[in-house]
Design a protein around this ligand. Sequence first.
Ligand code: HEC
Length: 169
Amino acid sequence: MHTTTSRALLVICSLGLLLAACSDSAEDSSAQQVSAATNFDTTLTMRELMLYVLEPAADGLWSTAGWVEDREGYRELYPTTDEGWEHVVASAAMVAESGNLLTLPDRALDNDAWMIYAEGLTQAGFRAMAAAATRNKEDLFQAGADIYSVCSACHQAYDPEINSRFTSD
Ligand code: HEC
């Protein structure tokens, strides 16, 4: 995990995209803020962001957080390997960061409820991340349910049609 992170940072640094973040002196935080405020690119439509970023991230979590009943009876869906748990941690991290992506100017539909839902998604994502990191199945299940509630609540508020299209069951 650590190696992967360092490698990703190295790639980013060599692309020169985040020079401020890579330099040793992180003290010039105002410069970092300026670059963060001007360098984002919201080409992805809301629909694409949902379909290609949020939903896969949430699925990576939901598909492992709970139980299913099938012909063989009840089965736990929780990971059984270290790698499996790492995957849930990563999915939860992506859900958490997705909340931030929703708050970008040009994405946020208002400065009110939208931001609360986005923040709720991030916080539920962090709870899921912590639960997966400690392999706490109960907390992971709860955090997964919280994430689902935030998705549905925001859709209900901004595009109620979506909930009827959701195939949750
Ligand atoms: C802050 C509000 C908000 C949150 C939180 C949110 N969504 Fe959405 N979602 C939207 C909006 C707005 C649309 C409609 C986008 C469009 O079609 O223009 C949408 C659309 C969708 C669609 C439909 C795409 C399509 O047209 O087929 C899916 C799937 C989706 N969201 C999944 C999710 C999932 C999964 C989560 C939670 C992990 C989530 N969303 C959280 C606002 C939100």
